[in-house]
Design a protein around this ligand. Structure first.
Ligand SMILES: [Zn+2]
Length: 141
């Protein structure tokens, strides 16, 4: 049975600094380069949330996009917009990389959405950096 997907786009602006206390200052610089700047820097993040449509095309749309918008706004946009990601409790012990952020966004959304409907979360950090998670293995620290 053919099943289409729907992707909705959301935005938030946030600051962060790529840094880990597990590395020396020199190792941090080697690993993260200018993103290790002590003063931090900002991104205009774009979040792409892909949902299974939930029904064959002939049956029409089952997915409630208004509900999806509300959940993403409450769980993701309001939480991160105009914030310093390094101060978020979820990042107390892990670095605010795009990989970790996209995994966190998945975790924040999946528990509020109908089981099995969240297909993929994408995160555009810069013009050239895109991160993606489609469920599966646990969070990477
Ligand atoms: Zn950055």
């Amino acid at each position: 049975m053919a099943q289409a997907s729907v992707t909705r786009r959301y935005r938030f602006c946030a600051a962060h600094r790529l840094h880990t206390d597990h590395l020396s200052p020199e190792e941090n610089w080697a690993a993260f380069g200018k993103c290790n700047n002590p003063n931090g820097h900002g991104h205009n993040y774009i979040v792409l949330v892909t949902m299974k449509s939930g029904a064959p095309a002939a049956a029409g749309r089952v997915l409630d996009l208004n509900r999806l918008d509300r959940i993403v706004t409450e769980q993701v946009v309001s939480r991160f917009d105009h914030r310093d990601l390094n101060r978020d409790p979820e990042f107390a012990d892990c670095t605010t990389t795009g990989e970790n952020l996209v995994l966190l966004i998945w975790d924040l959304l999946v528990k509020h959405l109908p089981s099995g409907q969240l297909e993929k979360v994408g995160l555009i950090e810069t013009r050239d950096n895109y991160f993606e998670y489609a469920g599966g293995v646990g969070k990477v620290e």
